[in-house]
Design a binder for this molecule. Structure first.
Ligand SMILES: Nc1ncnc2c1ncn2[C@@H]1O[C@H](COP(=O)(O)OP(=O)(O)OP(=O)(O)O)[C@@H](O)[C@H]1O
Ligand SMILES: O=P(O)(O)O[C@H]1[C@H](OP(=O)(O)O)[C@@H](OP(=O)(O)O)[C@@H](O)[C@@H](O)[C@@H]1OP(=O)(O)O
Ligand SMILES: [Mg+2]
Ligand SMILES: [Mg+2]
Length: 349
């Protein structure tokens, strides 16, 4: 079966070699790999993701642990490939979703990471934060919330009135409503004044900008494991900036350009990581509510309100390759899935 949509990527994908074959100690491919390994992981990922995720250090460790990775050929029925124990995927086309769901109905024994309908929840910047807004994580010590935001579907001329009626405070971050893996869906703008708002390009989400000392916390979730890193973020906006700036500032892919701030010389009040118990609770709750096991959370701490955290973005299957030690955490996670499956088999479940 030939999948449509995401065309250029699919075309490229066809030319991608199984990175396992490129690794220094090449594991056998396809059916041979399946026979030699205890755990076979099929993957349907973009070329970019294959490069950033399936790094030699991951492949090497996986091989030692009896895990093999096999590239899924989206032009052929899944039941003719593998057989797989686990399928990893990050493709947004409807055809792929249906393809995978049909396969999973016939092969419920295969662990699909993660269910396409659960992933879809994160492909829209409104629905992605809904679960957070419903969470009640605030305690005596800290508060977790989302910035106030407004969805504009069309008619840019209506934006100033909509913003005034919703009582949103400038500056506002304008983000494309849909996150579909394209670089366009990461093109953000900062709007300083009301008069410029009609220059924005709906459908979008308008989110209040929260000053946070220019540091963002990326909280990576892999099953039950949680790891947090610091990244440089947008600088704070002060009253002077607000009075002296007009117009819309286009921000090219902010987070992609953001360097790690883990070893920077920072003000300790800004650098201090969110408390571990809070992150554990947040990870647990969101994993359950979203029905996802692979995602990350972008979190900022409001400047001057040291215990108020805002969640501003959640990403499915993010850039784990940038997470220190990801090869250990990810392979442990895959092994734990294999172990659970084995135990279910033994108990006849
Ligand atoms: N409400 C906000 N207040 C302050 N800064 C923000 C806000 N929203 C976004 N930012 C800054 O802009 C960056 C990009 O925003 P966001 O994470 O929503 O976009 P994205 O394109 O989905 O990013 P990613 O590449 O992580 O998917 C953030 O990492 C943060 O530095
Ligand atoms: O570019 P990287 O590999 O690092 O990963 C980024 C990932 O791109 P990719 O899935 O195409 O790889 C993005 O996915 P799309 O929204 O564009 O689908 C998004 O999840 C970012 O948040 C990830 O960056 P991180 O948040 O981890 O820094
Ligand atoms: Mg982000
Ligand atoms: Mg994002």
């Amino acid at each position: 079966m030939r999948l449509h949509g995401d065309v250029s990527d699919d075309e490229e994908e066809g030319a991608v070699m199984d990175p396992a074959l490129l690794s220094p100690s090449s594991p056998p491919a396809g059916a041979a790999a399946a026979a030699a390994s205890r755990l076979v992981v099929g993957y349907a990922l973009t070329k970019k993701k294959v490069k950033s995720f399936l790094q030699p250090k991951l492949l090497l460790l996986a091989r030692k642990k009896g895990i093999s990775f096999i590239s899924i050929d989206e032009t052929r029925p899944l039941s003719e490939q593998g057989p797989f124990d686990i399928i990893l995927h990050k493709k947004t086309s409807k055809e792929w979703q249906r393809f995978l769901e049909d396969y999973h109905e016939v092969h419920p024994e295969v662990t699909v990471l993660d269910p396409p309908n659960a992933i879809e929840h994160l492909n829209n910047r409104q629905s992605m934060l809904e679960e957070v807004a419903d969470l009640n994580l605030s305690s005596f010590y800290e508060e977790v919330c989302t910035p106030r935001q407004l969805v504009i579907m069309k008619d840019p001329s209506s934006i100033p009135t909509a913003v005034a009626m919703a009582g949103l405070t400038l500056p506002l971050v304008a983000k494309p409503l849909v996150v579909d893996g394209t670089s366009k869906s990461h093109e953000l703008s900062l709007a300083y004044d009301e008069a410029s708002l009609p220059m924005l390009d709906p459908p979008l989400v308008l989110q209040e900008f929260v000053n946070h000392g220019g540091i963002l916390f990326k909280v990576y979730i892999i099953g039950e494991a949680i790891q947090v890193v610091r990244r440089f973020s947008l600088p704070d906006v002060n009253t002077y900036d607000l009075l002296n700036n007009v117009g819309i500032y286009r921000l090219p892919r902010v987070s992609c350009a953001a360097a790690s701030a883990d070893h920077a010389d920072l003000d300790p009040r800004i650098a201090e990581l969110p408390p571990r118990p809070l992150l554990e609770k947040l990870g647990r709750e969101l994993r359950g509510r979203l029905g996802l096991r692979l995602f990350n959370i972008d979190m900022i701490r409001e400047l001057g309100a040291n215990d108020r955290y805002y969640i501003i973005d959640i990403n499915y299957f993010p850039g784990y390759g940038k997470m220190p030690g990801y090869e250990h955490i990810f392979t442990d996670f895959l092994q734990s899935l294999g172990q659970n499956k084995y135990q279910r088999c033994l108990s006849g479940g």
